[in-house]
Design a binder for this molecule. Structure first.
Ligand code: UD1
Length: 332
């Protein structure tokens, strides 16, 4: 039996595919390369030393998704595929609702038709909106402050409803904090198509001269250095969280949310300083205005995942910064 990985050529998806293959799982990958590149598929095989079936298809194409379930014995789905740029989702809400929701419908319809009842969903800490306090645990109130975040919330609700309707169904709702870093081989990492929106890809662009400088979004927040605090997590730790979640959906039923974070909060200036120090490079930056919709602080209580999944992030901030830059050095 195989695990279907949607969006498996993407940043978190590709790192997870490697860990799944290394653990001896059989995988089938679907990706439309909207925000990823075909080379990632080859690199997953190269790094893991294992082959797998790949489908260049769109998750919104019900027929294509059904064919994958016809042609393979799918035990569980790890569902990464989706649009994820917050600002774009504000400009083009329908595009986000159509893609993220329709794609998930197609996957769930095919799962239903083929009796597949286990899913791991890429949710996000964005489902906590602007948290009233930190650290954030899974019982905090949920809200959406942009269409992207709302698609994550709606899909979590859909999965809760599916699990309520069928007591044999299991769904792990993995609420990621801020994944950064890259595989230690330097062969795969974050390589977004187009202009990046997130802090680490922007730092990389500044260091490689693709962008002139970084703008720090505000230094007047009520935090020790005035810049926003986030819970940055190494992408390989995050990938390993999916293996732990896979063991869980094989044993437990129902829709269960888990924070995947380290529990440590670092400010934007912490990231800049650590990146500069471990990689011996200068990041030109200026302080700019606050970005609308940014929480001053957002970091996790990761205890539930430790307790129930037996998973804990192990890689520290220095390694995250080193590995992110190592990936760039390998791909010049
Ligand atoms: C963002 C999204 C979140 C999404 C996540 C993953 C927003 C408000 N939130 O999280 O919904 O799940 O990405 O895609 O967009 N920063 C700068 N300068 C920059 C870029 C970022 O100072 O040029 C700061 C931000 O203010 C923030 C931190 O860096 O404090 C991290 O930003 P980012 O990487 O965009 O992640 P989030 O905002 O936490």
């Amino acid at each position: 039996m195989a695990i279907l990985v949607t969006g498996g050529a993407g940043y978190i998806g590709s790192h997870t595919c490697i860990e799944l293959l290394k653990a001896g799982e059989e995988i089938v990958v679907l990706d439309n390369f909207y925000n990823s590149k075909p080379a990632a598929v080859e690199l997953i095989s190269e790094i893991s030393g294992k082959d797998f079936k790949f489908y260049h298809a769109d998750m919104c194409d019900q027929e294509a998704v059904d064919d994958i379930f016809e042609e393979n014995d799918i035990e569980a789905v790890i569902h990464f595929a989706g649009y994820k740029a917050v600002a774009e989702s504000v400009r083009e809400p329908l595009m986000y609702y159509r893609n993220n929701l329709t794609g998930t419908f197609c996957i769930l319809e095919a799962m239903k038709k083929h009796g597949c009842k286990k899913i791991i969903f890429s949710s996000s800490a964005t489902v906590y909106g602007i948290p009233e306090k930190v650290p954030v645990d899974e019982t905090f109130p949920l809200s959406a402050i942009n269409p992207y975040g709302n698609t994550k919330l709606i899909i979590e609700d859909m999965l809760r409803d599916v699990c309520n309707a069928d007591k044999d169904f299991s769904a792990a709702l993995l609420r990621y904090f801020n994944p950064i870093g890259a595989h230690e081989s330097g062969k795969i990492g974050e390589d977004p198509n187009g202009i990046p929106n997130n802090l680490m890809p922007i730092i990389i662009n500044v260091c490689t001269g693709k962008q002139e400088k970084l703008t720090v979004f505000g230094n007047d927040y009520p935090t020790p250095d005035g810049t926003c605090i986030r819970d940055y997590i190494h992408v390989v730790d995050l990938a390993l969280g999916h293996l732990a979640a896979l063991r869980s959906v094989r044993e437990k039923k129902g829709a269960i949310p888990y924070n995947l974070g380290t529990g440590n909060g670092y400010s934007v200036l912490d990231i800049i300083n650590t990146f500069e120090r471990v990689n011996n490079i200068k990041i030109p930056y200026v302080i700019g205005d606050r970005r609308p919709g940014d929480a001053a602080e957002c970091y996790s209580v990761p205890d539930k995942a430790a307790r129930e999944l037996g998973w804990k992030a192990e890689r520290g901030l220095e390694q995250m910064c080193r590995d992110a830059w190592n990936f760039v050095q390998h791909n010049k």
